[in-house]
Design a binder for this molecule. Sequence first.
Ligand SMILES: O=C(O)CCC(=O)C(=O)O
Length: 288
Amino acid sequence: MKLAQVDVVKNIDAETFLKRYKSREIPVVMKNLTKEWRAYELWSLEYFESLGGDKEVKLYDSKPSTDTKLQHAAEKTIALKEYFNLLREGEKDLRMFFFQILKEIPALKNDFSFPDIGLKFFKNLPVMFLAGKGAKAQMHYDIDNADIILCHFGAKKKVRMFSPSQTPFMYHVPFSYSSYYEVDFMNPDYEKYPALRYLKGVEVTLEHGDALYIPPGWWHVVEYEGISYSLALRAFPRSFKNVLKMINNIVIIRTIEGIMRKLFGQKWNDRNAQQTFINMNKRLNSTF
Ligand SMILES: O=C(O)CCC(=O)C(=O)O
């Protein structure tokens, strides 16, 4: 696996962002984008608790779903303050994932703004990701094929990313948006998963205030180094190619997956896991 560092800029105007990064679909970290936001100063577990401690939140773990359970089903639902106490006690796995802040804690909308970098943001869907030290978001790409600005606060977290051109070596599980869950992209085991040798990607450790641009369809895996919270702002695809991909992900793949999982349960999961390796072996044998 070859890894370069993600480009880092302090400030960037819309024209430069569009020309250098958006149009070429290249990630970049923008250091100063959130410095003036209230979130930069205010966001902490205690602050979120004061605004919505009794809110019920869905929590997700890192295990793949089994039987007829949907691919992105929550592991449990508890009050925000209860979850934060678990985090303070060292909870390593459970994560808040795609938490819709406008619906759940609308007061948070006063703490950020949509940056003027040439993207047409979908303003109804700023979502939050929050977890503690050791938590991991499995390797995946986003189903809506959006341009994402991941604005990060709190402890550091490490992100590795691979462009859609690397999909042949990602151990992509058919009818999913993820890699096979046992493949560790942070500590690659080349004996067990030889295709990882051929990957070319980028990585970055995000710090408080950093804003990371994730281009459409880019694979990403995230490892939390401490308690942290990121706000993802998204701009839905506009190009014909990216709209088609979004429709394929959301309508076609998800519908087939849902029906087959309901009908066949664990057999369907096992078939897809097996097929991942059949596909990969064929590819490795024909490419090299
Ligand atoms: O930071 C995280 O926990 C996951 C972020 C992510 O997967 C996303 O923005 O799509």
